[in-house]
Design a protein around this ligand. Structure first.
Ligand SMILES: [Zn+2]
Length: 749
């Protein structure tokens, strides 16, 4: 029996989700998977006809159909032939550790599909209606991502598991510890790790460095007069006064600057140089310390930009300068994703305290693609902002995940994150209910008013609709939302049942707020309710073409429909939150691994539909397709309204050509226009090529303009961005669907 291996909380769920007997669902599923075996998606190479394992078997003589596909999968991975090798652009699927990680991950997916997923959900996944992200972590109950409370961890110290660390006494040590904390946290979850206000978090350690340098300056530059001629009482008093002065010393203290100009100047210069070096080593560390199989480095994101103290400003300035400088040979750093937080009154107009840093951020983005830009003034992002509490300022995971609102009152960012997300295939729904759908003549009586004037097709047995069936579409969309939500809830119960010790560092050190109070064997349970459960969507553009014949960039009526569809989805998420007393939210899905999978399977079912299934990928979330010619301003105007409803995160991109490197004024105008239009999170893409022979960066054709090396002889690394992350060279690290998407990108002017 298939349910013998499941844990109690699943059995409890089996009744309410499946609503049918295990026997029946087992039969139905066998039928489904036999059908799906025609497909070539890796998730479906596994048949479920017989789930009982033979007590003994050898790989060579194996006849068992349930195990055979799994063995085949293993061989493909070991031989480096499996498509999962390119699924994640930042994992080296050809390496030993990468293959080891794939083996574990593919087995975990197989196990989940065969033995854990409630039947209706497994069927919806097979039917290509919904997609469960990070399925390999489903059975384990791992959670997705987090904003780390760096301020508290640095202030109070923490234990890495092998030893404890004290609060740092300088910015150099503090930045080293930031890298260590990122790494410690990385394996507690499967997604990204982020700092939501690194400028505020690190400013106190710049102060500590400043005091240290000031002490040295005062001692050796002769500005502190305690002479041997003084009585010992006087000397003691002088020394006490010195300590008192140092205890309260800040970089902004004008009194110190006036009274001890040499020591102050010395301390200032030393602190600047130390902070820059610390930032440089942080960025190097975050690009070198691989902590997951396949040489993956932590998926780190850092947000900054609004701290206006001299110390906080120095942190921001140093991070930007170190990023511009690049890695060892001047390469563009892939990590961390950097996000500059834009806020009116702080850094948007000349005269505002951090305006100069915005200009530096733009300059950095023109050379290094990062930072991206977060819009703190967008109405959605102001909802929970409390003046004077930077932990309530909007920040984002680099990939776009957004967590602020919590129905249980933790309306700040650090100490929580997203738990998991599932994505709905809008395109398939669009095809099923759109203008080119075919249906048997007998179904005519069930059609909605919208489809009144169908035409008969050539064969006489089917007809082709000329109007979409909007009612049918919405009904099935609602059904998909319910299924996606059921899957999130099922997974949530698995996650909540895990003991604190499973996520180790995250709970023990209270990286997830409150985790420090749990005993190692205690389930994390209730604590997770502060996180978010996200429902995503992909291919709004192709969905609109399937429904109406045009996408939302081509027609304002279609744009209106597209927007009301997203509003509908958001309202559904809000209702789910009420009904289940959990934080459901709507995500504009970044779709690295998913983009090609959905379309490949839909094409098998429906064939090539122009503008719908005829490319290698579906368009990201609500984006205007990358192949559609449109101006930058228009793209921003059209995408902006969608941001407001995607409370689990969204990003918009503008594609510029290679001249962006030299036109920072144009970039500034575009960023500010996007902010004015209330885009929540924004980024500018432009191509960066790098000659690996001489290190020249810019736009490189077939020959390097600096050293003349030919593309035939030398690798020209072509750095591009997909789904929020940069990757070394898109032609070798991206999966084919994303390579195709990058080739299709038109520039916006
Ligand atoms: Zn060169």
């Amino acid at each position: 029996m298939r349910f013998m291996t499941v844990r109690p909380f699943e059995i409890e769920l089996a009744g309410d989700v499946r609503g049918q007997s295990a026997e029946k669902s087992s039969t139905e599923r066998s039928h489904q998977s036999t059908h799906a075996d025609i497909g070539n998606d890796d998730q479906e190479k596994v048949s479920t006809k017989n789930n009982s394992l033979p007590s003994t078997f050898s790989g060579e003589t194996l006849e068992n159909e349930a195990i055979h596909p799994l063995v085949q999968l293993g061989r493909q991975i070991m031989d480096g032939e499996h498509e999962s090798a390119r699924e994640n652009a930042n994992l080296n699927g050809d390496s030993f550790s990468g293959k080891m990680s794939r083996l574990g991950s593919e087995y975990a997916k197989w196990y989940t599909e065969q033995h854990m997923l409630p039947t209706p959900i497994a069927e919806a996944v097979r039917a290509n209606r919904i997609y469960i992200h990070d399925l390999d972590h489903y059975a384990l109950g791992t959670t997705n991502c987090i904003f780390i409370p760096f301020e508290r961890l640095l202030r109070d110290g923490y234990s890495s598991g092998n030893g404890s660390l004290r609060t740092p006494n300088s910015i150099m040590t503090a930045m080293a510890q930031v890298a260590i904390i990122f790494q410690c946290q990385q394996n507690s979850q499967f997604g990204g790790v982020a700092a939501n206000k690194l400028d505020y978090d690190l400013a106190p350690y710049v102060t500590r460095s400043f005091r240290k340098h000031l002490r040295k300056g005062l001692r050796y530059l002769g500005e502190w007069h305690a002479t041997a001629a003084q009585s010992s009482a006087l000397q003691q008093a002088a020394s006490d006064a010195l300590e008192q002065l140092l205890d309260g010393a800040q970089m902004s203290n004008i009194q110190i600057a006036k009274q001890y100009p040499l020591a102050y100047q010395y301390a200032l210069e030393e602190t600047r140089s130390e902070t820059f070096q610390a930032a440089e080593s942080l960025i190097h560390n975050l690009n070198t310390m691989s902590s997951r199989g396949g040489g993956q480095i932590p998926f780190t994101s850092i947000n900054y930009g609004t701290c206006t103290s001299l110390e906080g400003r120095l942190v921001i300035e140093s991070l930007l300068a170190a990023t511009v400088r690049g890695l060892g040979h001047g390469e563009t750093p892939i990590f961390p994703i950097q996000i500059f937080k834009c806020k009116r009154g702080i850094n948007q107009q000349p005269g505002e305290p951090n305006y100069d840093l915005l200009i530096k951020a733009i300059d950095c983005a023109s050379k290094r693609l990062y930072p991206n830009f977060a819009n703190l003034d967008a109405p959605l992002n102001l909802e929970h902002a409390v003046t004077g509490d930077p932990d309530t300022e909007f920040a984002t995971m680099g990939c776009r995940t957004r967590v602020i609102g919590d129905r249980f009152g933790r309306n700040h960012l650090s100490g929580k994150g997203n738990l998991s997300f599932n994505t709905i295939n809008l395109v398939k729904l669009g095809i099923d209910y759109g203008i080119h759908r075919t249906m048997p003549l007998s179904s005519k009586s069930h059609l909605s008013m919208n489809s009144a004037d169908e035409e008969s097709s050539a064969n006489g047995h089917h007809m082709i609709a000329t109007h979409p069936d909007e009612v049918g579409f919405l009904n099935e969309l609602d059904e998909c939302i319910e299924l996606a939500a059921e899957a999130l809830l099922h997974r949530y119960r698995i996650q909540a049942a895990q003991p604190a010790k499973a996520s180790d560092f995250m709970m023990r050190e209270g990286v997830w707020e409150g985790g420090e109070l749990l005993a190692p064997d205690e389930p994390v349970g209730e604590l997770l309710k502060h996180g978010t459960l996200s429902i995503g969507f992909i291919g709004l553009a192709e969905c609109m073409v399937a429904l109406y014949g045009q996408h939302h960039g081509q027609s304002s009526q279609v744009h209106e429909r597209a927007l009301s569809l997203i509003v509908h989805m958001r309202e559904a998420c809000d209702r789910l939150s009420e009904r289940h007393q959990l934080n459901f939210s709507l995500m504009a899905t970044p779709a690295e691994g998913l983009s090609g999978k959905f379309v490949r399977r839909d094409r098998q079912q429906y064939g090539h539909i122009p503008g719908v299934t005829d490319r290698e990928y579906y368009t990201n979330s609500f984006h205007i397709p990358v192949y559609y010619e449109i101006s930058a301003a228009r793209k921003i105007q059209l995408e902006a309204p969608f941001h407001h409803y995607c409370n689990a995160g969204a990003i918009s991109y503008i594609e510029l050509d290679g001249n962006a490197r030299h036109n920072t004024e144009a970039m500034l105008r575009i960023v500010q226009y996007a902010l004015e239009q209330n885009i929540s999170y924004f980024s500018i893409n432009h191509p960066i090529d790098r000659c690996t022979s001489c290190g020249h960066e810019g736009i490189i054709g077939s020959h390097c303009p600096a050293c003349g090396a030919s593309e035939q002889d030398v690798l020209i690394a072509r750095l591009r961005r997909v789904t929020g992350y940069l990757t070394g060279d898109y032609q070798t690290r991206f999966n084919p669907a994303k390579q195709a998407e990058v080739r299709d990108r038109l520039k916006h002017h």
